[in-house]
Every structure is written in C-alpha cells, then in structure tokens.
Design a protein around this ligand. Structure first.
Ligand SMILES: Cc1cc2nc3c(=O)[nH]c(=O)nc-3n(C[C@H](O)[C@H](O)[C@H](O)COP(=O)(O)OP(=O)(O)OC[C@H]3O[C@@H](n4cnc5c(N)ncnc54)[C@H](O)[C@@H]3O)c2cc1C
Ligand SMILES: *[C@@H]1O[C@H](CO)[C@@H](O)[C@H](O)[C@H]1NC(C)=O
Ligand SMILES: *[C@@H]1O[C@H](CO)[C@@H](O)[C@H](O)[C@H]1NC(C)=O
Ligand SMILES: *[C@@H]1O[C@H](CO)[C@@H](O)[C@H](O)[C@H]1NC(C)=O
Length: 523
C-alpha cells in the first residue's frame, strides 16, 4: 500500500512537472473565453480547423509548423475588444504573443516561437474606407495591399498609394516595417504617408496619434510595430497619379551583353526623373542549350506618364536597353498593380482580391543590401557565378534617389535614405525540404561574395526583408547586446531612440520576439 502511494506521488510530481510550461495556458484560455464572450474566436489544437487556420497565413514553408507544441491557441480577433482581451490575458499569464496580419514575414516571426505562445491573428479586421475629397484612407491591419489598392481605384482614377507590389501582403506588418514599392522615387515609402494610427498598447488601451504621443507614433513607422503594441489600423495620405501610366518588362541575358547594360544602369537609375522607377532583376534562366543555365536581367519600368515620354527619357539616359514602343504598355494605375504583381497585361484586376488560403507551397530565404557606389564589372561577374550554383534564385536591384534623398533619416524609424544608389534583395526558392540546407548555405555564400560592394559598418538591412542571420535573440529572452547587432543594421542611428521609446511604453518588455527592440532608457 505504501509503495503504491509513493509511486502515485512520483507520478503526480512528474505529471505536474511536465505540465509546468502549459499551466499558464490552462489559466490563459479561461481568462480569454471569459473576456471575449460566446462568439470567442479561439482555435486550440483540438479544433478541427486549427491546422488550416494556422497554415492559411504562413507564407514561408521553411518556417511554417502547425505541430509546434508551444502554440497554445490562435485568436482570430473579430473585434478590437478581442485584441485587448488577448493582451490582458497573455500578460497576466506570462504568455508571449505573435501578432499576425498577412503572415508574409520572411522568417515566419508572426507565427513561430520556441516558448509557449499564442498567435493574435488580425485577418478578420480588414475594413477599408476611402475619403476622396480629403485624399485619405483608413485601412485595418488585416486588409491586404490588393484590397487597399482596389478600394482606392474604385473611388478615384487618379489617386494611388505608395506601397509594396505583392497584393497578398498584410497592411499590418508591411506598413509598420517601412513599406517599399515602385512609387518610392516620387513619393518615398509607405510610412511617409501614414498620418494616424490606432494601436492597442501593453495595458490594453486603444490609442490614436494624439493620445499615444509623437515618439510612439514615430517608432511604429518603420520599426515593425510588434515591439510596441498591436496596430489596429492606419490612416493614410493618398497620392496623385496620372490617368495613364506606362510599364514594361524586358530582359537581356549575359550572352546578350547584359553586364554592360546593368553596369550603366547602376550609374543612371537613381538619377532619372523621379516619375520613373526602373528596377533590374538578375535571375537564373535556361541557357542556349536546354541543359545549361545562364543569368538574364529583367528590367521593369513604372512610369507616371506616357510611353512616348518614357522612351525619350530612356533614349537619352540608357539607350543600351533599346526600349521600343511595342515594349511599353499604357494603362491605369490599378492595372499597373496587376502587371507588377506578375500577371500578364489584360488580366482582370479582381485577381488582386484573391486570398489563396492554402498551405504554403514553397520554401524561401531572402536577404538584403544597400549599394552606395556602382559594383565593378568583376564584382558583378562574381555575383552571377555564385547565383548559377542555385537551382532557383533571383535578385531585385531597386533604385533609390528622388525624394529618398530629401527625407531625413530620422523622419521616421526607417533610416535607409540618402546616399543609396539602390537596394538589393536576394531571394532563393525551393520546393523540396531536403534542399533547405544547401540553399541556406548558398545564400550565405552569395552574401559573402557581395560584401565588398555593399554598405558596411554596419552592413545595412531592410526590416521588411526579415533575415535572422543579421542577429537574433532566443524566443523568450532579449539580450541588449545581441539586439544592438541586428538593431543597428535595421535602424542605424534610430536604434537608440527606438530602445528609449520602448522603455517608455513597454518597460517590462512584454512585446518581445526574436528581433524585437529591447527597452533601454537613453535620453
Ligand atoms: C511575396 C512577398 C512579396 C513582398 N513584397 C514586398 C514589397 O514589395 N515591398 C515591401 O516593402 N515588402 C515586401 N514584402 C515583405 C513584407 O512587407 C513583410 O514581410 C511584411 O512584414 C509583411 O506584413 P504581413 O502583415 O503580411 O506579415 P506578418 O507575417 O503578419 O507580420 C510581419 C511582422 O509584423 C508584425 N505585425 C503584423 N501585424 C502587426 C500588427 N497589426 N501590429 C503590430 N505588429 C504587427 C508581426 O508580428 C511580424 O513581426 C513581401 C513579402 C512577400 C512574402
Ligand atoms: C473550437 O472548439 C471548441 C470546442 O469544441 C468550440 O467551442 C469552439 O467554438 C471552436 N472554436 C472555433 C473558432 O471554431
Ligand atoms: C525574356 O523575354 C522573352 C521575350 O519577351 C520571354 O520569352 C522570356 O520568357 C523572358 N525571360 C525571362 C527570364 O524573363
Ligand atoms: C532629426 O534630427 C535633427 C538633427 O539632429 C533634429 O533637429 C530633428 O528634430 C530630428 N527629427 C526627429 C523627428 O527626431
């Protein structure tokens, strides 16, 4: 009898030990159910749609893992009060949250963690209102860029919004991270057109620009947002575009002499009239023989004007590209959005509203750089040679200049402004899990090969192209020293102010994740 008692006791101790990490979850869920009421939007692993709810907004198969035992629940907020309740219950119970709007984070930071956590999913909060006479719009965090662009174009043929080119990206994360698109040379970044925001702070208060304070409003424009609170919605300043714009996409391969064209492009692309954005994307393509690979560079143009004027500008500045009238397509702004999203000319713009709620199809890894002086031709050759080792890789070289030269680096939290010729994005994709290590290794190599030609001390990186290689903390802890490594690359001279603002509004570091901003009083 005594022996039985002892072994039951041992068993009890073991069980309670094993459950120690989940005990907070057991009090978290009732807290949340109580505060959200009967329509509670809570998915736990017991719910039949838990896995599909997880997968629908996980863009990168490399990071997506619905079987993560640390994931306690997904809360798909239907109302602002659900956001407030999630924060309050998570804070009381010491549970981390990951805020997810469109789920496009390159490293999956909106849906992964190695400590117990919940996903606060914003996708149901997606309303958009456009005020044409004041040229303003409110967009909720869970709306996609495609939905925003569509609403604007339904309201006006000559209003637009400068943001990214991928229609399924979420307004929540995209705008908080800076927001880069093809109107950058004329109008700057997305954050340069944010005039107000609604945010839930660490105490569950709903704040707007006037009640949150200018320093916090400054911080959420470029820092990624998730270190400071949950963004409910953004108020945007819309910009003017002509009724007819011109786009084209042409390519040239190494064999067609693209190295010389791209070399010249490096000198002129940031100095062209700011109505013209001409990007260059080197990528792998089939060579002359089907067994061979080569590099082709795709040049894509976004021009706020007619084909005739575009051709005149290129004849003067980059005749080597050989653009002809038949390469150019004149169209409305919303059609340029469809074109830049990769659809062929004439595709109905309704594709911009699609939310393909399917498991992620591909694995990918991305990195970024800023280039301040032209890369010599031998450097370009080395980069291309390294690219040829991949199965599928491309780069985007996106020109700066224009208004980016005029906006001070500290105007918002996003710092990469003056003095950049162009931004580089590296992007490798694969479909077989076994190819992951090889691709990650090749990406490191490509990044090393490019090092002599790009920004240094620090080697700058773009937050929206999230990259864990530039520094990271474990999920549950924040070391200030480690944070300085990635923080300086993402935010340059703005990092100290960001840590200071963090210390003021979230002094106990509730909003923390692998690349969050630590609280540190400086000023
Ligand atoms: C196919 C593709 C194309 C892209 N094209 C562009 C482009 O053209 N230009 C560009 O600049 N970027 C581009 N990106 C990058 C994209 O802008 C970022 O990944 C952005 O963070 C995605 O926002 P999201 O809401 O979809 O992502 P999520 O994964 O939901 O969130 C990203 C980050 O923001 C935080 N966050 C999300 N919502 C909120 C919120 N409501 N409040 C506080 N924090 C929040 C998350 O916690 C996470 O840290 C692209 C990405 C992909 C996958
Ligand atoms: C999840 O399952 C529970 C228990 O069956 C149910 O009460 C709840 O409504 C489900 N949640 C959702 C969001 O469907
Ligand atoms: C390059 O352009 C040609 C002609 O328009 C097209 O057929 C081909 O698919 C393009 N190649 C790449 C790599 O984009
Ligand atoms: C940016 O820096 C300048 C010069 O130090 C300063 O005058 C200005 O107030 C700063 N702007 C912001 C928004 O912090």
């Amino acid at each position: 009898m005594k022996e039985v008692f002892v072994s039951i006791l041992v068993l009890l101790v073991l069980v309670s030990d094993a459950k120690a990490t989940n005990s907070n979850a057991e009090t978290f869920l009732p807290c949340l159910r109580f505060r959200t009421g009967p329509e509670h939007p809570i998915y736990t692993p017991d719910n039949s749609t838990f896995v599909s709810t997880y997968l629908s907004y996980t863009k990168n198969k490399r990071c997506s893992n619905p079987n993560n035992n640390n994931l306690i629940a997904i809360i798909a907020a239907k109302h602002e009060s659900h956001v407030q309740a999630t924060l309050v219950c998570a804070k009381i119970n010491g549970i981390q949250i990951r805020i997810r709007s469109g789920g496009h984070d390159y490293e999956g930071l909106s849906y992964i963690s190695s400590v117990p956590f919940v996903i606060l999913d914003m996708n149901n909060l997606r309303s958009i209102t456009v005020d044409v006479s004041n040229k303003k719009a409110w967009v909720e965090a869970g709306a996609t860029l495609g939905e925003l662009y569509t609403k604007i174009s339904e309201a006006s043929k000559t209003l637009a919004f400068p943001a990214g080119t991928c229609p399924t990206v979420g307004a929540g994360g995209h705008i908080a991270g800076g927001g880069f698109g093809n109107l950058i040379r004329k109008y700057g970044l997305t954050v340069d057109h944010v005039v107000d925001a609604k945010l839930v702070d660490v105490d569950g208060n709903i704040l707007d620009r006037s009640s949150m304070g200018e320093d916090l409003f400054w911080a959420i424009r470029g820092s990624g947002g998730a270190s400071f609170g949950v963004i409910l919605s953004w108020k945007l300043n819309l910009v003017e575009v002509p009724e007819t714009l011109t786009v084209f996409k042409v390519n040239k391969s190494l064999e067609q002499g693209v190295t010389d064209v791209l070399y010249k492009w490096q000198h002129v692309s940031s100095k062209l009239p700011r109505e013209l954005f001409l990007s260059a994307s080197p990528g792998i393509t089939k060579g002359a023989k089907s067994s061979e690979k080569t590099i082709a560079v795709t040049f894509s143009a976004m021009f706020l004007g007619s084909a005739k004027n575009l051709i005149a500008i290129l004849d003067e500045n980059l005749p080597e590209l050989g653009i002809k009238r038949e390469d150019c397509n004149e169209m409305s702004w919303i059609d340029t959005v469809t074109f830049w999203a990769g659809f062929s000319v004439g595709t109905p713009t309704s594709v911009l509203l699609e939310r393909p709620l399917v498991p992620p199809g591909t694995f990918f890894k991305s990195k970024s750089d800023y280039v301040k002086k032209p890369i010599p031709k031998e450097g370009m050759d080395k980069i291309f040679k390294t690219m040829l080792q991949f199965n599928d890789v491309w780069m985007d070289w996106s020109p700066y200049g224009g208004v980016m030269e005029e906006i001070p680096a500290n105007a918002t939290a996003f710092p990469h402004r003056k003095g950049n010729l162009y931004k580089v994005q590296y992007f490798a994709t694969w479909t077989d899990a076994d190819a992951t290590d090889a691709n990650l290794g090749l990406m490191k190599e490509l990044y090393e090969v490019a090092e002599p030609y790009v920004s240094s001390n620090p080697r700058e990186a773009f937050l929206n192209y999230r990259d864990m290689d530039v520094g990271r903390n474990p999920s549950g802890e924040t070391s200030v020293e480690e944070a300085k490594i990635y923080g300086t690359k993402y935010f340059l001279g703005n990092f100290e102010k960001l840590m200071d603002v963090k210390a003021k509004y979230d002094p106990y570091n509730f909003f923390r994740y692998e690349q969050s901003i630590p609280p540190l009083r400086i000023m």
